[in-house]
Design a protein around this ligand. Structure first.
Ligand code: HEM
Ligand SMILES: CC(C)=CCC/C(C)=C/CC/C(C)=C/COP(=O)(O)OP(=O)(O)O
Length: 299
């Protein structure tokens, strides 16, 4: 009876939607959109932007679904991920695999056919980087998993840029570097307050392997690396004084919250790391919004 029940998969739309990590992908699409809008002085063709966003979004959601598929046995062991559709047997592994493949292939086809081959190849590399290199290897092999794996998550502004310009530009790489530098503070803040879950699941995240004190220091140091990287668009002339002013104010809050992570221990540390994690998402969104505001003011 129990076996029949677990085999009787009847996923709803919400389950498939959840497999694609829609909120993470939405923020990535904002970053990709900013990459598109900064690629040229004039406004890009809206149709082209919509197809490119659709392509990048579908592949990103496909990558996220592969991540759910490959990580089921770890997701089962953590409170944060225990309710996921595959863990709860609302979706079968075959349904998830088919869905992930369908999204990825459709997205890549859209990019190759309607945008350009370069963007399709780079998006395919990000897909492999996240779904295979990060999820299947790095995540379970080394506490530096996210510093290396973060490159895939940092790709969207470059993908947006190449979708419009057709070539890799140094300025696009600056935008990639911002997300790349931001990822460790973003993730390790979460890893601090989820440390025990990662330990139980046997995932070698930094606070598990090197302890809370070392991770707190890394969060704080990477906050400074993020700050320095966030100034590069101004230093290299991609953005002007408006961006510099806005990002400086944001950086003050960023430093303050990450310093709290560095400074506190015990219950206060748990609260500080939660606040820093949720602020990190606003940080990356505002940073890209400021780049856009500056770009349009300068025109
Ligand atoms: C390898 C790189 C990354 C890792 C390891 C990582 C890790 C995580 C984790 C574990 C969560 C789940 C938090 C929870 O369930 O409570 C999360 C949430 C989130 N991340 Fe990241 N992240 C990475 C890169 C990114 C990137 C590049 C972006 C966007 C540009 C991003 C945006 C978000 C957002 C928006 C959420 C909130 C999702 C929600 O509320 O459902 N992350 N991240
Ligand atoms: C084409 C392209 C741009 C691909 C990138 C796709 C993508 C959705 C990256 C997300 C990064 C992320 C949330 C990592 C956390 O994974 P985790 O497995 O450590 O977190 P979890 O435990 O919540 O699953």
């Amino acid at each position: 009876m129990a076996i029949n029940q677990t085999l009787n998969f009847s996923p709803g739309v919400a389950d498939y939607w959840q497999l694609g990590k829609p909120r993470v992908v939405l923020v990535m699409l904002v970053c990709a959109l900013v990459g598109m809008l900064l690629a040229e002085p004039q406004l890009p063709d809206p149709g082209r932007m919509i197809i490119a966003l659709l392509g990048i979004g579908l592949v990103s959601m496909g990558a996220a679904a592969f991540n759910h598929l490959l990580d089921q046995r770890f997701d089962r062991l953590m409170a944060r991920t225990r309710k996921r559709p595959l863990v709860q047997s609302r979706i079968s592994p075959w349904q998830a695999a088919l869905y992930a493949a369908l999204l990825s292939v459709t997205g890549l086809w859209l990019l190759a056919e309607w945008i350009n081959e370069l963007t399709a190849w780079l998006t395919a590399a990000a897909l492999l980087g996240y779904a295979l290199v990060y999820t299947a290897f790095l995540k379970h092999a080394t506490p530096q998993n996210i510093t290396i794996g973060g490159l895939a998550g940092a790709a969207p502004p470059l993908l947006g840029w190449t979708a419009i310009s057709g070539s890799v530009d140094g300025n696009a790489l600056l935008l990639v570097m911002i997300i790349f530098a931001w990822t460790p503070s973003h993730f390790w803040a979460l890893a601090i307050y989820r440390c025990e879950e990662y330990r139980q699941a046997g995932v070698p995240m930094l606070p598990v392997t090197h302890g809370l004190a070392f991770t707190r220091l890394q969060v704080w140091l990477y906050a400074w690396v993020t700050l320095a990287t966030s100034l590069l668009p101004y230093v290299f002339g991609l953005s002007g004084l408006v961006y510099l002013l806005l990002i400086s104010v944001l950086n003050l809050r960023w430093l303050w919250l990450n310093y709290a992570v560095y400074q506190h221990q015990g219950k206060k540390l748990m609260r500080a790391s939660q606040r820093a994690f949720w602020f990190s998402i606003r940080y990356i969104l505002y940073c890209f919004l400021f780049l856009l505001i500056d770009h349009f003011i300068a025109l």
